[in-house]
Write a protein that binds this ligand. Structure first.
Ligand SMILES: [Zn+2]
Length: 257
């Protein structure tokens, strides 16, 4: 499994990391405003405690947080470390994707999908929803890109298989599966096709079970306060984007012999 295709130029690497930090900064805005149905464009960034506008020089991803020692310049209220973490994770994901895909169409798709997965994960942990403003455009994008990369038949099949399975689960589990999860997996299915959407669900369920059992056993928490399914689906999608072909091949080799 050749992960790195070629060693890219350092300037390109720097550019991709910078792009990741900027997109991560925008992801923070989305994470905080989308659940409140607020515009992600207006107004500009401001301190949630004192409402002071954030100065451009205090708005540099990760670096400003370190310079300000995690405090608002105006009122000294602590700024959540979630902000620089989101920025750093987004940049790390993009550079990993760049090493994996190189400058390609796959990387272009990854630049859109990976930060979206970060946003979905953060919002689904708290306040535990996957907003329509992400999943509905996601379905359109999934069908469009899927038609181009894997053909419209496979894209549609993935859409209906993923969405259908989760819809069935929602009915059977009586509310254990949210509408956001259904729309999310339909979008992932449209993007990835029928085989890979099954892989996403398998990896998501596997990770969710492991973490869930760990939470119940070690942290002694009730089933009600478990992490929702979205973050595990996002992780499953990420792993499938990176290793989907190899994992499916492995499965087929093992099954067929
Ligand atoms: Zn403030």
């Amino acid at each position: 499994m050749e992960f790195i295709q070629a060693i890219p130029h350092p300037v390109l690497v720097g550019a991709v990391i910078s792009l990741g930090l900027v997109i991560g900064s925008f992801a923070n805005v989305c994470i905080h405003r989308l659940p409140l149905n607020e515009s992600v464009v207006f107004p500009g960034s401001h301190c949630p405690a004192c409402s002071s506008a954030v100065r451009p020089l205090d708005n540099i991803p990760v670096i400003s947080y370190i310079i300000l020692a995690g405090k608002c310049r105006d009122c000294a209220t602590r700024i959540s470390p979630i902000y620089p973490v989101i920025e750093a994770v987004t940049a790390a994901l993009l550079i990993t994707g760049f090493f994996r895909f190189g400058l390609s169409f796959d990387f272009l798709v990854f630049v859109v999908v990976a930060p979206t997965l970060v946003i979905i994960t953060a919002i689904d942990i708290e306040p535990q929803i996957i907003p329509d403003v992400i999943t509905l455009p996601g379905i359109v994008l999934g069908l469009a890109v899927g038609t181009y990369t894997i053909g419209y038949a496979n894209s549609l099949l993935g859409f209906f298989l993923g969405g259908g399975l989760f819809y069935l689960l929602a009915v059977l589990s009586n509310g254990g599966m949210g509408g956001g999860d259904i729309k999310y997996i339909a979008a992932a299915g449209a993007l990835l096709g029928w085989q890979k959407v099954l892989l996403v669900i398998f990896i998501g369920a596997l990770l969710g079970s492991i973490i869930g059992l760990f939470q119940i056993a070690v942290q002694k928490i009730s089933r009600k306060s478990l992490i929702p399914f979205g973050p595990f689906l996002a992780m499953g999608t990420l792993i499938t984007l990176f290793y989907g072909n190899s994992l499916i091949q492995l499965y087929l080799d093992y099954l067929v012999g």
